[in-house]
Each structure stands twice: as C-alpha cells, then as structure tokens.
Ligand binder design. Structure first.
Ligand SMILES: O=C([O-])CC(=O)C(=O)O
Ligand SMILES: [Mg+2]
Length: 207
C-alpha cells in the first residue's frame, strides 16, 4: 500500500497521539493554505542560513511523490523558495515542501496549488553559493528527520513517522479515531452523559 493510501484521512493529531507527541514539528510550521495536506516520504536537505542553492540540488535529486523537507535552521530573514522554485518542485512531481524557515511570492505560490508548510513569509531572497547537504539526517522544527521517514501535514501542522513504523502507527491511529468517535457519540448533546463522563474522569463519586 502506498503512503498516501495508508495515511488517507488520518489527521496529524491522531498520529501525534500514537507517537506520544514526540515527533511533531514546531507549531509555527503551518500550511500556507488551509486545505494543504501531504503524506509522503521525506527527501531531506540542510542549507546554510540565507543560501538556497542546495534546495535546487535537492529538487533535482528527489523522486516524484517525495516531500522535500528543508532544514533552514528556522531562519526568518531570507526566503528559502519563492514561486519559481516551488514551480520547479511541482514540475518534477514532488508532493509538497516542508521548510523550517520562510518563503516568499505568496500570491504566485497560491496559484500553483502546491502544499507548503512553513514558518511564514518574508521579502528578501537567499543567495546561491551552495554549501548544504542533501539526503542526510536533518533537524526540522525541533525534530530529527531521516531520508525516507514519512511526513504527514495538515491544517494542524506536521508530524514525522519514523521509517519502518508506518504500518503500526497508521493502524493504531485508526483505532484511536474509532475510540474518540465513540466517546464523542456517547456524550454528544447529552448533558447527563457529559456529566457522568466528567465525574468519572475527575474521580467524583456520588454517594
Ligand atoms: O529565486 C529564489 O531564490 C526565490 C524566488 O524568488 C523564487 O523562487 O521565485
Ligand atoms: Mg520569485
């Protein structure tokens, strides 16, 4: 089963619950557009602050369907990509971009309809001297990301599923969702049931 199928309709929140919240990227890394969603293998790149030549190298080397994860050290002063670079990523068939840094050309990127998770936007461009590394373990948003890890992103943020654990995590997340849905159903619009639940959780016993 491909990654997209496996994680279809699984929210990042349920995946986080299964993984104990330990592999969630910093909450500032958010989708540019509410409907953006990604589920795919990471192709990683780390760059020096303010220089994005190695991002172009990564786009050249990554495979279709990959999610490009860029360790830009959280820098918010220089854009790691704009609409031109995002257009290149889209043209070679990448699925989306996650950047621990910022981007620019918001208007142009919106029209591309390509999912991007970022700390935000700025105006200044990066230089193009190089000096980064592709396809190596990186740190993004406070989390280690290895090439081939699974990256899931939605409106709540981005979570990493370590490679090799994807089947188990997806299965447990589905179980958790079913449990949560039942819990919601039990108390929905029912004051008695809501109070019973609260009393139970809070250890309040009625004598
Ligand atoms: O060229 C750059 O480094 C950033 C940019 O404006 C683009 O990708 O459109
Ligand atoms: Mg531009």
């Amino acid at each position: 089963m491909n990654i997209n199928e496996l994680f279809k309709e699984l929210p990042t929140t349920s995946i986080s619950d299964v993984l104990g919240g330990l592999t969630n990227l910093n909450y500032n890394i958010k989708p540019m557009q509410e409907q953006d969603r990604i589920a795919g293998r990471a192709f990683t790149v780390t760059i020096p602050v303010g220089d994005n030549l190695t991002v172009l190298q990564a786009i050249r080397e990554a495979s279709p369907g990959d999610v490009l994860v860029i360790d830009a050290k959280g820098d918010t002063t220089r854009a790691v990509a704009g609409d031109f670079i995002v257009g290149l990523a889209r043209a070679v068939g990448l699925q989306g971009i996650v950047v621990d840094g910022v981007i620019r050309d918001v208007e142009g990127i919106r029209t591309l309809n390509f999912p991007i998770f970022t700390r935000g936007t700025t105006i200044a461009a990066s230089s193009k001297y190089g000096g980064g590394k592709t396809n190596v373990p990186i740190s993004a948003g406070g989390v280690s990301v290895h090439p081939g890890d699974v990256i899931i992103g939605d409106v709540d943020g981005v979570v990493v599923v370590p490679q090799g654990r994807e089947q188990q995590v997806a299965e447990e997340a589905r179980g958790k969702i079913a449990q949560d849905q039942q819990r919601e159903l039990d108390v929905s619009g029912n004051k008695e049931a809501a109070l019973r639940y609260l009393d139970k959780v809070l250890g309040i016993s009625k004598s």
